[in-house]
Design a protein around this ligand. Sequence first.
Ligand SMILES: [Zn+2]
Length: 174
Amino acid sequence: MTKRSILLHPDPRLKATCDPVATFDKDLRVLADDMLETMYDAPGIGLAAPQVGVMHQMLVMDCVKDDMATPEPMVLINPRVIETSEERSIYDEGCLSIPEIYAEVERPARVKVEWLDLDGKTIQEEFDGLWATCVQHEIDHLNGKLFIDYLKPLKRQMITRKMQKLKREIARGL
Ligand SMILES: [Zn+2]
């Protein structure tokens, strides 16, 4: 397994729509393993392929936050939300591509999602709580959408300027 580097906002690859996965081969398993390692190492609870510069509709997540609990790594390929609850919930969201920035985002409290596993088999599952927020956040990534896109324009611009400054500092090796 290899840790991959995570793209930071703003980056055109984080605004692009990803292509559906059509080939279920060894390379896809390697990508899934690498993404899980990158996510756990960050540490984060979700990571979408475009965040490591791979423009595939694929995401990994594990919302088990307790270190003592058994990890529940999930790999979702070509995922789509097929049902949403009327009920909404608000979470203070963050993103590995927008480090140290958090903001409240309102989304459906429960979602039913359909996806393919690494063997190309169709799976359906209903998510709630943090899992529901996480899966919606990650599916948004596959459509070029970031959690800051839910915020008011002024707030979003402020965050983007902050991130541009951070990227300049990283580029200068500060
Ligand atoms: Zn994210």
